[in-house]
Design a protein. Structure first.
Length: 86
Protein backbone atom coordinates (compact mmCIF):
# COMPACT_ATOMS: atom_id res chain seq x y z
CA UNK A 1 0.00 0.00 0.00
CA UNK A 2 1.15 3.49 -0.75
CA UNK A 3 2.51 5.40 2.24
CA UNK A 4 0.82 8.65 1.23
CA UNK A 5 -2.68 9.24 2.56
CA UNK A 6 -5.25 11.95 2.26
CA UNK A 7 -5.33 13.60 5.65
CA UNK A 8 -5.14 17.07 7.18
CA UNK A 9 -1.36 16.90 7.61
CA UNK A 10 -0.92 16.29 3.86
CA UNK A 11 -3.55 18.80 2.72
CA UNK A 12 -2.01 21.56 0.60
CA UNK A 13 -5.33 23.24 -0.13
CA UNK A 14 -7.44 23.66 -3.25
CA UNK A 15 -5.98 23.08 -6.70
CA UNK A 16 -7.06 24.32 -10.12
CA UNK A 17 -10.06 22.54 -11.65
CA UNK A 18 -7.94 21.60 -14.67
CA UNK A 19 -5.14 19.97 -12.65
CA UNK A 20 -4.41 16.66 -14.39
CA UNK A 21 -4.55 13.53 -12.27
CA UNK A 22 -2.65 10.47 -13.44
CA UNK A 23 -4.77 8.07 -11.43
CA UNK A 24 -7.17 7.73 -8.56
CA UNK A 25 -7.06 4.96 -5.98
CA UNK A 26 -10.36 4.48 -4.22
CA UNK A 27 -10.21 2.22 -1.18
CA UNK A 28 -13.44 0.90 0.24
CA UNK A 29 -14.07 -0.77 3.55
CA UNK A 30 -16.55 -3.49 4.41
CA UNK A 31 -18.95 -2.89 7.30
CA UNK A 32 -17.57 -4.43 10.54
CA UNK A 33 -20.10 -7.28 10.60
CA UNK A 34 -19.36 -8.22 6.98
CA UNK A 35 -15.61 -8.05 7.62
CA UNK A 36 -15.98 -10.30 10.68
CA UNK A 37 -18.10 -12.81 8.74
CA UNK A 38 -15.49 -12.97 5.96
CA UNK A 39 -12.62 -13.42 8.41
CA UNK A 40 -14.56 -16.21 10.14
CA UNK A 41 -15.25 -17.96 6.83
CA UNK A 42 -11.60 -17.74 5.79
CA UNK A 43 -10.55 -19.25 9.11
CA UNK A 44 -13.11 -22.06 8.71
CA UNK A 45 -11.93 -22.75 5.14
CA UNK A 46 -8.49 -23.47 6.55
CA UNK A 47 -9.60 -25.49 9.59
CA UNK A 48 -9.70 -29.27 9.09
CA UNK A 49 -12.99 -30.67 10.41
CA UNK A 50 -14.90 -27.46 9.63
CA UNK A 51 -17.86 -27.89 7.26
CA UNK A 52 -16.29 -25.07 5.20
CA UNK A 53 -12.81 -26.68 5.05
CA UNK A 54 -11.51 -26.24 1.49
CA UNK A 55 -14.95 -25.14 0.29
CA UNK A 56 -13.64 -22.27 -1.83
CA UNK A 57 -15.93 -19.59 -3.21
CA UNK A 58 -16.19 -18.68 -6.86
CA UNK A 59 -15.66 -15.04 -7.79
CA UNK A 60 -19.43 -14.65 -8.23
CA UNK A 61 -20.14 -16.16 -4.80
CA UNK A 62 -17.54 -13.94 -3.15
CA UNK A 63 -18.93 -10.85 -4.85
CA UNK A 64 -22.52 -11.62 -3.91
CA UNK A 65 -21.62 -12.27 -0.25
CA UNK A 66 -18.83 -9.80 0.42
CA UNK A 67 -18.76 -7.32 -2.46
CA UNK A 68 -20.45 -3.98 -2.91
CA UNK A 69 -24.18 -3.82 -3.38
CA UNK A 70 -25.46 -2.47 -6.69
CA UNK A 71 -26.81 0.50 -4.74
CA UNK A 72 -23.32 1.28 -3.40
CA UNK A 73 -21.79 0.90 -6.88
CA UNK A 74 -24.39 3.33 -8.25
CA UNK A 75 -23.70 5.86 -5.47
CA UNK A 76 -19.94 5.71 -5.98
CA UNK A 77 -20.25 5.88 -9.76
CA UNK A 78 -22.59 8.86 -9.48
CA UNK A 79 -20.16 10.67 -7.19
CA UNK A 80 -17.25 10.02 -9.57
CA UNK A 81 -19.24 11.09 -12.64
CA UNK A 82 -20.46 14.27 -10.92
CA UNK A 83 -16.84 15.21 -10.29
CA UNK A 84 -15.67 14.32 -13.81
CA UNK A 85 -13.58 11.32 -12.75
CA UNK A 86 -15.51 9.03 -15.10
Amino acid sequence: MCGRRANAANDRGAVADDLPMDHLLLQLQRPPEQKAALEKLIEEMHTPGSPHFHQWLTAAQFTSRYGLSQEDVAKISGWLVARAFM
